[in-house]
Design a protein around this ligand. Structure first.
Ligand code: 2AM
Ligand code: CA
Ligand code: CA
Ligand code: CA
Length: 260
C-alpha cells in the first residue's frame, strides 16, 4: 500500500472514531446493561459491544480484506498479523466508564504485516484525540506532538495500578526515586500520556493486544519505548506485561527492576 492509501485509512479511522465517541456520549445518558466477565470487577456493557459492532460494520464495508481483533470478540479470530489487522478496544477503561463516567477511551491500532501503521486513542469525555501515522508523527487534537525530551527519574511521574506493588516489591524503589505515582485505570490513555509527556512511564502486568496497540504506534512516532516488563518485543497476539517509557528513563527502570 502507498503512503497516500495509509493517509486515507488514517483519516477514515479518525472520523469513524469521532463518530463512535459521539454515539458513546449519547448512549451514556440512556440506561445500558452492565455484565461481569471473568470476575465481579471485570465489567462489560452494551455500549462496549455496540461500539465494537460499529467499527466491525464500517471496516467490513469499506475494507473487506482487513481483519479485526476486538476485545468483545465480534471481529475475527486472529492468531497472526498477516495482511492488515485492526486491533480494537471499543472502550478501554470500562470500570471508569461505569463508575466515573470519564477517563475511558476508544483505542485502535492498525497493523500491516506485523508493523504498527495507525494509532488512535480517543478520550471521549475530554474530547482529546491522540493519533499517529507511521512515519508522519503523532498528534493531539491535530497538533503535532514533539519527540520525547531527556528527563531523569527524579523529575519523572510514573503510572501503575497500586496493586502491582504487592505483586512486585521492586516497584517500591521506583516509587521512591520518582517525583510521584499516578494511576488512571485505562491503559491506552496512560500510554498516550507517556507519548505526550504528561507522565514518563507506565507499567502493567496484565494487558491484552487491544490495550496496547494504539499506544504503541503513538509511542514509536515520538521516540518512546514500549516492551514487555522483561524488555522483550510485544507480539500483539497474546496477553503480556508492559513497560512504556520515555527513552531517557527506560534503561533506569530496567536496571532497577532486573539489575541490568
Ligand atoms: P478494559 O477496561 O478494556 O477492560 C485497567 O487497569 C486497565 O487494564 C484497562 O485498560 C483495562 O481495560 C485493562 N484490563 C482490565 N482487566 C484486564 C484483563 N483481565 N486483562 C487485560 N487487561 C485488562
Ligand atoms: Ca475489558
Ligand atoms: Ca482495555
Ligand atoms: Ca475494553
Amino acid at each position: 500500500m502507498t503512503q497516500e492509501q495509509w493517509q486515507s485509512i488514517y483519516e477514515t479511522a479518525i472520523s469513524w472514531t469521532k463518530e463512535a465517541g459521539e454515539n458513546i456520549r449519547k448512549m451514556m445518558d440512556d440506561t445500558y446493561e452492565i455484565h461481569t466477565k471473568v470476575n465481579e470487577h471485570d465489567l462489560v456493557t452494551d455500549v462496549d459491544r455496540e461500539t465494537e459492532l460499529f467499527f466491525k460494520n464500517k471496516i467490513n464495508e469499506k475494507y473487506s480484506t482487513h481483519r479485526i481483533m476486538g476485545e468483545e470478540g465480534l471481529g475475527d479470530v486472529v492468531d497472526d498479523l498477516d495482511g492488515t489487522v485492526w486491533i480494537i478496544d471499543p472502550i478501554d477503561g470500562t470500570v471508569n466508564f461505569v463508575h466515573q463516567k470519564c477517563y475511558f477511551a476508544i483505542s485502535i491500532g492498525v497493523f500491516h504485516e506485523g508493523k504498527g501503521m495507525v494509532g488512535i486513542i480517543y478520550d471521549v469525555m475530554a474530547d482529546e484525540i491522540f493519533t499517529a501515522l507511521n512515519g508522519e508523527g503523532a498528534f493531539l487534537n491535530e497538533e503535532p506532538l514533539p519527540r520525547l525530551e531527556n528527563v531523569t527519574m527524579n523529575e519523572s511521574l510514573l503510572s501503575f495500578n497500586a496493586g502491582w506493588v504487592m505483586k512486585d516489591r521492586r516497584l517500591e524503589a521506583l516509587v521512591n526515586q520518582s517525583r510521584g505515582i499516578r494511576s488512571y485505570g485505562a491503559a491506552s490513555l496512560e500510554m498516550a500520556y507517556v507519548a505526550c509527556g504528561r507522565i514518563e512511564a507506565y507499567i502493567s502486568f496484565n494487558l491484552a493486544p487491544w490495550d496496547m496497540a494504539g499506544g504503541y504506534v503513538l509511542l514509536e512516532e515520538v521516540g518512546g519505548i514500549a516492551t514487555n516488563y522483561e524488555g522483550n518485543k510485544l507480539t500483539f497476539l497474546n496477553k503480556d506485561t508492559l513497560l512504556a517509557a520515555n527513552p531517557a528513563i527506560y534503561k533506569d527502570i530496567m536496571k532497577e527492576i532486573h539489575g541490568k
